[in-house]
Structures are given as C-alpha cells and as structure tokens.
Design a protein around this ligand. Structure first.
Ligand SMILES: Cc1cc2nc3c(=O)[nH]c(=O)nc-3n(C[C@H](O)[C@H](O)[C@H](O)COP(=O)(O)O)c2cc1C
Length: 186
C-alpha cells in the first residue's frame, strides 16, 4: 500500500473514532506507529504499554465504565448512562502512556508521544481516539492488580490512552466547530 498524505492531510483527516471493526492492527504497522511515540519531545521517563490482550482490554473497559458510573462527575456519569456505552469502543488495540508519579511534566510528555502515535496511525489509515477513560481504572481499587498485569513500571501513573483499530465507517462523525482561538502578536 502506497500512502501519500502530507502531514497537513493527516492532521486534517484525524478524528476521534468511537466504533471499531473486530480486526487488529497489522504487526508491522503497529511497530511503526508505536515507535513514533519514542521520538516525540520528551521531558523525563515515560512508558508506552501496548495492550492487545482482549480479556485485559475488556477488563479495563468494564472497570472504567464502573468508575465513570460512580464518579460523582456529571459529565462522566451522563456518558456512562448512554445505553450500550463502552468507554473503549471495542478498539482492538489500546496504548497506555504512563510516567513517574513525581514527574510534573509526565502528562505533557505522554501527550506529545500520544499525538505522534495518533498521527502515524492516521497516516496508515487506522482510526484512533485519544482518551482519558482508559486511565480511570488506575484510580479505582482494581487499579493495582491491572497495573501488575500490564507490567507497568513501579511508581508510574497512567496518564492517557490511545485507541487504535480499523474504523467502523458506518459511524457518523460530527462536524467539528470552527474555533476562533488564534491571535497573532507581531
Ligand atoms: C484530554 C482529552 C481527553 C479526552 N478523552 C476522551 C475520552 O475519554 N473519550 C472520548 O471518546 N474522547 C476523548 N477525547 C477526544 C475529544 O472528545 C475529541 O478530540 C473532541 O471532541 C474533538 O473531536 P475530534 O477528535 O474528532 O476532532 C479527549 C480529548 C482530550 C484532549
């Protein structure tokens, strides 16, 4: 497959995908995609955990859903109440990005890596979603056991998740509102 998208096309093409086909990411593509996470701007250590174990993805999904339902947060509770809502949307690959708890730049570092991963996956024609919900299990009582199963380094906090898979093209994607949030100072 020859892909010839400029970086601008890739950035424009990226949208959050919330429905995936039951077909996994090709192994060579996955390695290429994940490796881009290592060459983003960094400030301190971080870990990229690639999860393709279906049972574990299901467990993270289910614990995230329970955590949302009992969060006391109006937005999370309203999302969780949508009939059939699954926070991980059936994505076959979940990438968790974590950094040492004490690194104040951990969230910034992992989001830079996540965006590289997302754009690389988009360039290879996969659907993605940058998502906070896969981090929710790690603030729940089940979090320590899941962290062990994932082999997360000791003392690392999961800061963001990226879902990747073949997009279910039948899903409708809402138009993005035009933002007016740039000012130039010359
Ligand atoms: C910090 C952050 C957390 C997000 N978490 C979620 C999430 O948990 N689930 C989800 O479906 N989308 C999540 N999103 C994606 C946004 O909803 C999405 O980017 C926004 O609605 C714009 O739509 P687009 O990505 O299709 O352009 C998150 C975005 C950001 C920046």
């Amino acid at each position: 497959m020859v892909i010839n998208m400029s970086i601008f096309n890739v950035i424009e093409k990226r949208r959050s995908i919330r429905s995936y086909l039951d077909e996994n990411v090709n192994e060579d593509d996955l390695k290429k995609i994940v490796d881009t996470g290592k060459i983003a701007p960094i400030a301190g250590e971080f870990q990229i955990t690639v999860v393709q174990n279906k049972d574990l993805i299901q467990k993270i999904n289910d614990v995230a859903l329970d955590t949302m339902k009992n969060s006391g947060n109006e937005f999370l509770e309203s999302r969780a109440a949508i009939p059939g809502y699954q926070p991980l949307y059936g994505a076959p690959t979940l990438i968790l990005l974590s950094a040492p708890e004490e690194n104040i730049y951990g969230a910034l570092t992992t989001s830079a890596a996540a965006e590289n991963i997302i754009l690389a996956a988009t360039a290879l024609e996969y659907g993605t979603c940058y998502a906070i919900t896969p981090t929710l299990p790690f603030i729940s009582p089940a979090g320590d056991e899941i962290a062990k199963e994932l082999g997360l380094p000791e003392g690392f906090k999961v800061l963001i998740g990226v879902l990747i898979g073949k997009a279910d093209e039948s899903e409708e994607i809402a138009e993005r509102a035009e933002l007016d949030n740039i000012n130039y100072v010359k």
